[in-house]
Design a protein around this ligand. Sequence first.
Ligand code: NAI
Length: 251
Amino acid sequence: MWAETVAVTGAGSGIGRAVLLAAAARGARVAALDVDTVAATAAADAALAAGAADAVAVACDVSSEPSVVAAFDAAAAAVGDPGAVFANAGIEVNAPLHLFPVSSWEQVVAVNLVGVFLTCREALRRLVEAGRGGSIVCTSSPAAFVGHSGGGNSAYAASKGGVSAFVRSAALDYAPHGIRVNAVVPGATDTAMLTTGGADPDVIRAAAAIQVPLGRLGRPEEVAAAVLWLLSDEASYVTGSHLVCDGGLLA
Ligand code: NAI
């Protein structure tokens, strides 16, 4: 059985967009939340074309409490309260740690960690009130589990480590409500996040792929398949877990 309504943050691009479209293809009503409203609107249009029962694009900056509250209100008014939520929006800022600006640290933590908290809080408030259980998936990263030398990746790693710890405790707190909370751990996935950053995207792709045991980058659709399973009732006995979808990177 599939949740009738699915909300996705960071739905305008990459993994979030792929999850939105995969849920749409199963006939769900979907809400595409993104700070980039043009991308969110395009994703919602694509969701309708993919078979969504209904779709809405909602402006949402996950790092802002009023924005997240308003976005959940708008999404609920348009397509109904979500029974499944993908807290996925994230950013990456890389710089040598000894030169890392506090403002960049705060920005990464605000989007990646506070954003997951705010998204989950709004989702949980509504799911608890509805009393029908539910499923939340948050996007973590291999950076939560292993170091990555030379990339200036510490702020991102700290934020994703926080997401993974958050998921475990939230899962325990809401298990009595029948609400499952899990994390997906995408490996190097071919999205704008991976390929944006100055260098030739093909050079970035090749350098990342060479480190992957399966010898290639992941496709957003492959991560989406893992997320859809966690969001669905097929994963009804899975909570507090991390589903690693990384081509063997963490093996
Ligand atoms: P992406 O850059 O293609 O998509 C990210 C989306 O989040 C964009 O649509 C962007 O507008 C949105 N966004 C950014 N800041 C936002 C904010 N404050 N509020 C709402 N939306 C915001 O990146 P991708 O790869 O799809 O990333 C999705 C998640 O996957 C992120 O949490 C990222 O950290 C994680 N991840 C990605 C990996 C990769 O190799 N691509 C690997 C491991 C984790």
